[in-house]
Design a protein around this ligand. Structure first.
Ligand code: GLC
Ligand code: CA
Length: 533
């Protein structure tokens, strides 16, 4: 086996597909698995290496699939198990890996496990979930909050007079991984998909799975501003996530199962400060790629991004491989966050920094946030806390393939489940393919460049001191020395180059075409990769 194969998840690029929104194949306005299969050639041509598909399991869709009612099947809306097998086979034929979403923190309240668990206090599956007696005043057992409405994270179940815990919606009861039966059942879910050829899992809110044994109250957040902040931020989540000692044991349980199969990868959805995030690598026996969301959350200026990258690099344990995420189905689109011009700089950074990049579908086109009229809101978060910009529908609008009525996402005349973003007629795969200066062609070129140069997909990283508003760094591998220079301002910036002649391999805005020496005058919103000529 070559190093390239064994370490595909280090060298490759992950592309996230939100299955409801990628390609509808049967005219119901909702994306599906056969739709994804049909578009695999587009992804090969784009130049990515692995797709991660958000949940496609049977689900009442209270949280659009993150409320799973059967972990080992496919929702009829998305297709069948046969469709999934066909998708895996078609992807593998093309050299693409397939990563599924594992949702271990909670199931749907419609999952048979929960139905059994809630049926009586002495049901054998009672302890698969968190059941507790009411507090002395009849209220919830502690002060923990549910993620989307900021109300109690506990719901009283009349049948047995006890409360059950739900870190998210009441339709998403939390699973108890300290129970050996539940644990064995969930680990078997992983094996079920690994045996079908799935190459890895992205593990949903994996850092929340273990909770304080005593379920102690969370402290109040002294910085909370009522009405201005997500109501859930009222408390500091001291006891309901991360810091429990056995969270690392949880990581190792998952890793041990992944290790039963060759070349499988675990990606953790871990939204934590860098110091905490890096503990999730363990000693190369926990999560292969704990998602690093700090390109999303760090203020978009050269100094802040550089110091984030340097700090991350310096914190990584031995043998740990870095990664970066620029967008996903829970965050406003990168174009909406930092603007169209800087989103090109961001794509160049994502694809030239050291570490596995995860791209979000549509970001290669520069898709904007959609505009969702109130009557078409789908996301429960927006429904519970309207008007604060928390809703996630805008970043989940259908993929824009062409200028037909439903953008090639659905047949013309079909109303997609979420409205298409307003610019779908001008901004789509077809129009951008034809435009040499498009975001799509830039992304393709960057992906090709990354694949071709070991310095980019496998090399070392070192920052280079330069000028204000500029983030510059080396990527080196054996003899190969590349220099990446990104201008975070909209105005021209000058930097002094290391000795020698520098030849541009790529220029995000196409303003640098000739080799340069000594001084580089870099246009606003421009980013380049240079090679010693
Ligand atoms: C993760 C998912 C998000 C979901 C939540 C609850 O954060 O990315 O979409 O709502 O978990 O499962
Ligand atoms: Ca469909």
């Amino acid at each position: 086996m070559t190093n390239q194969e064994t370490n595909w998840w280090r060298f490759g690029v992950v592309y996230q597909i939100y299955p409801r929104s990628f390609q509808d194949s049967n005219g119901d306005g909702i994306g599906d698995l056969p739709g994804i299969t049909r578009r695999l050639d587009y992804l090969v041509d784009l130049g990515i290496d692995a797709i991660w598909i958000s949940p496609m399991y049977p689900s009442p869709m209270a949280d659009f699939g993150y409320d799973v009612s059967n972990y080992v099947d496919v929702h009829p809306m998305f297709g069948t198990l046969d469709d999934m097998d066909a998708l895996i086979a078609a992807a593998h034929e093309r050299g693409l890996r397939v990563i599924l979403d594992l949702v271990p923190n909670h199931s749907s309240d419609q999952h048979p496990w929960f139905q059994e668990s809630r049926s009586s206090r002495d049901n054998p599956k009672r302890d698969w979930y968190f059941w507790r007696d009411p507090a002395a005043d009849g209220g919830p057992p502690n002060n923990w909050l549910s993620r989307f409405d900021g109300q109690a994270g506990w719901t009283l179940d009349e049948t047995t007079g006890q409360y059950y815990l739900h870190s998210f919606l009441k339709e998403q009861p939390d699973l108890n991984w300290r129970n050996p039966g539940l644990r064995a059942a969930m680990l078997d879910v992983m094996r079920f998909w690994f045996r079908r050829g799935v190459d890895g899992f992205r593990v949903d809110v994996s850092y929340r799975v273990m909770k304080d044994e005593a379920l102690r109250d969370n402290p109040l957040n002294p910085h909370y501003l009522p009405g201005k902040m997500d109501p859930h931020k009222r408390l500091v989540e001291r006891y309901s996530k991360d810091l429990q000692p056995d969270i690392h044991e949880f990581n190792r349980w998952l890793r041990a199962v992944a290790n039963e199969f060759p070349q499988r990868v675990l990606i953790g959805e871990i939204n934590l400060p860098l110091e905490r995030l890096v503990t999730y690598f363990g000693r190369n026996d926990e999560i292969h790629l704990p998602f690093n969301f700090h390109l999303i959350f760090t203020p978009w200026n050269a100094e802040a991004i550089r110091s984030m990258v340097d700090r991350y690099e310096s914190l990584l344990p031995e043998d740990a491989w870095p990664n970066y995420v620029l967008g996903n189905h829970d965050q406003h689109r990168v174009v909406a966050r930092i603007g169209e011009a800087q989103s090109r700089v961001a794509m160049l950074l994502l694809l030239t920094l050291r570490g596995t990049p995860t791209m979000y579908y549509g970001d290669e086109l520069g898709m904007p946030d959609g505009v969702i009229p109130p009557e078409r809101v789908q996301d429960p978060w927006e429904k519970f806390v309207p008007g604060m910009g928390l809703g996630r529908d805008p970043e989940r609008t259908p993929m824009q393939w062409d200028d037909s009525a439903a953008a090639g996402f659905s047949a013309p005349g079909v109303e997609p489940w979420l409205p298409l973003a307003p610019n779908h007629q001008s901004l789509n795969v077809a129009s951008e393919t034809a435009d040499p200066g498009s975001m799509l062609n830039l992304t393709r070129a960057l992906l090709q460049l990354r694949r071709k140069h070991p310095a980019l997909h496998a090399g070392d990283y070192a920052p280079l001191d330069s000028a204000a508003d500029i983030f510059a760094f080396w990527r080196t591998h054996d003899e190969e020395q590349l220099l990446v220079v990104a201008n975070f301002s909209s105005e021209t910036r000058e930097i002094t180059l290391p000795q020698g002649k520098w030849h541009p391999l790529i220029s995000a805005r196409g303003t640098l075409v000739e080799a340069v020496e000594a001084r580089l005058s870099l246009s606003g919103d421009e980013a380049v990769v240079l090679k010693a000529a």
